[in-house]
Design a protein around this ligand. Structure first.
Ligand SMILES: [Zn+2]
Length: 385
């Protein structure tokens, strides 16, 4: 496979393009971010926005919060530097890990905030996972859509027009390019551009109602609210990372020092090096494994690419880590197959249909990734009798 000469991301990466020197657009937009964006004026733009909304409603803003490094940093930063009164909204995808729950309790108590948590019906979630796996080779549709639509419903219900998110998508993909110098708006256009995998809740209802006892209201948490309602609210939905330069490593260290936030082991990751990455969900290992089977790389490549761009890792170290950790079968696959009532062979056949050429997965030579410390605490489906 062709790979970026600078960061090593392969040609199967979402939105990637290469210039004549073989350097990818993610690297180039990153250079632009660091060299050409006027972060001082961005910051003062953000100050103005905050003052425009402060004190006018029951809450100054809504902060969607998973408890991962980015949303924890966002909440911390906004509380510390702006002393806001936020309504924190938590969408529970159904697979929150024990370490995350502990982190969240510590963070939310320490910062002193009101929190609303929402967990969708697990029977519905399982059916949605199966359908989006079959259609897109990505079982996380309920999570992608719920995380981005549910806080918007909450904004409407509580009449809070300002919604503040964490990292902008330009950090990882080129759907929004730093070089366009625009402020990424977290709105329905963005939702339909890449968040919902091209499947609206209405499409989804039509795809599953033939074999699932679906109440039309079941999919409301995954439906983006009507634009006219959001406009009436005069909503503004933006990322903190569009106004201050995002630095995952620095920010993770900060929340560890200031909030006692703890990293965790993640299946398929060199967790001594990346203890802060994607610790929220115990299906993460399966997600990364599918990515590997489809595209020939997983999160290790993404993380090392980010470090190379930051000048914190050399290419040889990155290559070694990628070779050592990527493409291993995660222990959570067994649980995942139980939830969806699939055999591993059925799973492989489904994933095979979504492979991105020129990559070809080799199912016969898969080694197993080690279990994380909390594996035995994850939800198991009762055996069908
Ligand atoms: Zn690159």
């Amino acid at each position: 496979m062709k790979k970026c000469t600078k960061c090593g991301l392969p040609e199967t990466y979402e939105t990637i393009e290469f210039n004549n020197f073989g350097v990818c657009n993610i690297c180039l937009q990153r250079e632009h971010r660091d060299e050409s964006i006027d972060w001082e004026s961005r910051k003062s733009m953000f100050d103005d926005i905050i003052e425009q909304y402060r004190g006018k409603h029951d809450y100054d803003c809504i902060i969607p919060f998973s408890g991962g490094k980015d949303s924890t940093f966002t909440l911390y930063y906004l509380m510390k530097h702006y002393k806001l009164k936020p309504l924190v909204i938590q969408f529970n995808h159904g697979f929150m890990r024990p370490g995350l729950i502990k982190n969240n309790e510590r963070t939310l108590k320490k910062l002193g905030v009101d929190v609303l948590s929402f967990t969708p019906n697990f029977k519905v979630v399982k059916r949605l996972m199966l359908e989006s796996l079959i259609r897109k080779g990505d079982f996380c549709w309920h999570c992608h859509t719920g995380i981005f639509s549910y806080p918007m419903h909450a904004a409407l219900q509580h009449n809070v027009p300002l919604i503040l998110w964490g990292e902008p998508s330009s950090e990882y993909t080129a759907y929004y390019d730093y070089r366009d110098d625009e402020i990424e708006s977290v709105d329905e256009t963005r939702f339909n551009r890449f968040v919902n995998l091209g499947i609206t809740a209405q499409d989804m209802a039509g795809m599953i109602d033939h074999d699932f006892d679906l109440d039309p209201r079941d999919l409301k948490p995954f439906t983006y609210p009507a634009t006219r309602d959001l406009k009436r609210l005069k909503y503004r939905s933006i990322c903190l990372g569009s106004f201050i330069p995002w630095d995952v490593k620095k920010q993770s260290k900060l929340i560890m020092d200031e909030l006692g936030w703890e990293g965790d082991e993640v299946e398929g990751m060199p967790w001594e090096i990346y203890p802060y990455e994607k610790i929220e969900c115990y299906m993460q290992g399966v997600r990364d494994y599918i990515k590997y089977l489809k595209r020939g790389y997983s999160r290790v490549s993404q993380m090392t690419a980010l470090d190379i761009r930051h000048g914190r890792m050399d290419k040889a170290t990155a290559d070694k880590l990628v070779a050592q950790y990527e493409g291993k079968r995660p222990p959570a696959l067994e649980l995942f197959l139980e939830y969806l009532d699939l055999t591993e062979d059925e799973f492989n056949q489904i994933v095979l249909k979504t492979v991105v050429p020129p990559f070809k997965p080799d199912f016969d030579n898969m080694q197993d990734a080690p279990k994380t410390w909390d594996f035995d605490m994850w939800h198991r489906e009762p055996k069908q009798i």
